[in-house]
Structures are given as structure tokens and as C-alpha cells.
Design a protein around this ligand. Structure first.
Ligand SMILES: Cc1cc2nc3c(=O)[nH]c(=O)nc-3n(C[C@H](O)[C@H](O)[C@H](O)COP(=O)(O)O)c2cc1C
Length: 251
């Protein structure tokens, strides 16, 4: 098959038709993989406000206006996001839909088979009460875990890893989504990868819309150096790797 045809084939439903779903790990009784990647218990955590707390802080925005005004914004001011605004953005991208009422695999974004293969890393420059650092979001407990503190050099590393697109590292916070493909492969085998990409689009659309409610802007980013990004967020590039980014900042 010509290269271009091979890649088009990947976009189609053809892969699914070749799969014997009786032999998926799910159907062979392999235990369901955890919905959150392992986290070192020694690392410091920050508890985030829940919807009862951030809800009254976020100004109501007409959905039609949010959709109509959405655009990719690449110029950010030096203003800080509040921790409530960050919690709102995290809820919009990966938050549990009805924590304690519905199972944790029901989120504010859809996902094929409710598998949610993503981990959210945050390069935090300017969020009130949160020291600048590289964090991971834990959606099940609504916490941030600090992986390491960042400095000027980390910003340079992020800029290089995003192919010199300098505006990205100037965001108040940069969302970096990684995928754990096995979470999806457990159910769909080779048909997992196409739906992982479809899922990623849903995740990245929500900060665009949520930003409209907090006078902030975002921009989807798919141009980056894979190995450099994976190194920055400390993932192995095999079982977990970067899939998409979005800086967010006030304008
Ligand atoms: C999958 C995807 C990848 C993108 N990657 C980048 C990127 O690396 N850098 C960038 O500046 N914009 C990127 N964009 C933003 C597009 O350039 C932008 O959506 C397009 O120009 C249309 O503008 P609008 O979003 O304001 O409607 C990306 C958008 C998508 C959906």
C-alpha cells in the first residue's frame, strides 16, 4: 500500500473490521487498567476547589456567544489566573461529570467507550496561590500533584520543544495532554488509536469555550517535538506520550 493510502486507511473504519473482538484484553477478562496513571505518593499535592466553590466565581456566558467568539488566541498578558479559574478549566477538560453520583469514567468530555486515555500535565507560570511548576492533574480526587518547580530554563525547554512557537511558554498555564494508549487498546485493540485522536479533539475544544467565560484565550497546538515534550513531562514515550497541547492566558 502506498504511504498516503496507508494513512488514509488509518482514518477509516477499516481497521475495526479486521479485529476479532473476542480476543481483546477486556473480553479475555484482563482487569481494567487504572483510570489514572501511577502517582508517587511522596510528591506534594494541592487540593483544587470544586464546582460549589468555583461556580459562583465564573461569570455566566451565553453558549451561543462562546461558540461564536471562539478563536485561537496567541497573545497573553502578564495577568494571573485564579485557582478557581484553573479548577474550572480542568473541570471543563477532564473533570468528573457528577462526582460521587455517577462513575468516575463519566466526564465533562465524551470518550469512545468512556475509556478516557488522557493524563493532563500543566506547565504553570501564573496561577494565584500555585508556585510555578510542572504539575499533573488528578481528576478522581481533583488535585494537582507537583512534579517539579520550573524556572527560566524550563521555559526555554518548552519553547524549543514546541518548535520555537514562543507564545506557548508565555501562557499563564500550558495544558499538555498525554495519552496512555493501553487504556483504549484494552477494549479496542488496533482500533484504539483512531478514537484516541477523536477524543483529543473534544478535550481541546473545551478550554477554547471555557476561556470565553474568563476573558482568556487558548490555542490548540499539534506542532511539537515528541521526544522533547515527553522528556519535559517525564513520561516514557511508549506507554504514555504527549498527544496535544493548549496554552491558556488572559488577554
Ligand atoms: C489539530 C490542530 C493543531 C494546531 N496546531 C497549531 C500549532 O501548532 N500552532 C498554532 O499556532 N496553531 C495551531 N492550531 C490552531 C490553528 O492554526 C487555528 O485553529 C486555525 O488557524 C483557525 O483559526 P481559529 O482557531 O481562530 O478559528 C492548531 C489547530 C488544530 C485544530
Amino acid at each position: 500500500m502506498e504511504d498516503i493510502e496507508l494513512y488514509r486507511y488509518f482514518l477509516k473504519d477499516s481497521v475495526r473490521k479486521t479485529i476479532d473482538f473476542r480476543v481483546t484484553d477486556q473480553n479475555r477478562g484482563v482487569p481494567v487498567p487504572p483510570s489514572e496513571a501511577h502517582v508517587d505518593k511522596q510528591l506534594p499535592r494541592i487540593s483544587l476547589p470544586d464546582r460549589k466553590i468555583w461556580g459562583p466565581v465564573i461569570t455566566e456566558t451565553n453558549l451561543v456567544d462562546a461558540i461564536g467568539n471562539r478563536r485561537s488566541r496567541r497573545n497573553y498578558s502578564d495577568a494571573y489566573l485564579s485557582v478557581e479559574e484553573l479548577a474550572f478549566l480542568l473541570w471543563a477538560t477532564q473533570g468528573q461529570r457528577n462526582p460521587g453520583i455517577q462513575p468516575a469514567h463519566f466526564r465533562t468530555v465524551p470518550s469512545a467507550g468512556a475509556r478516557h486515555s488522557f493524563e493532563t500535565y500543566l506547565f504553570i507560570n501564573r496561577v494565584e496561590k500555585v508556585p510555578p511548576g510542572l504539575y499533573r492533574y488528578l481528576p478522581l480526587s481533583n488535585e494537582l500533584v507537583l512534579l517539579y518547580l520550573i524556572d527560566k530554563q524550563s521555559k526555554t525547554r518548552l519553547s524549543r520543544a514546541t518548535l520555537g512557537q514562543g507564545f506557548i511558554a508565555s501562557g499563564a498555564v500550558v495544558f499538555i495532554w498525554a495519552t496512555v494508549p493501553y487504556r483504549m487498546e484494552w477494549r479496542y485493540l488496533q482500533a484504539a488509536h483512531r478514537v484516541i485522536l477523536l477524543d483529543a479533539g473534544h478535550v481541546c475544544q473545551n478550554p477554547y469555550l471555557a476561556c470565553e467565560a474568563i476573558h482568556a484565550g487558548s490555542c490548540a497546538i499539534a506542532a511539537y517535538d515528541q521526544e522533547a515534550m515527553d522528556e519535559l513531562i517525564q513520561v516514557d514515550g511508549k506507554e504514555q506520550f504527549t498527544i496535544y497541547l493548549a496554552p491558556v492566558g488572559k488577554y
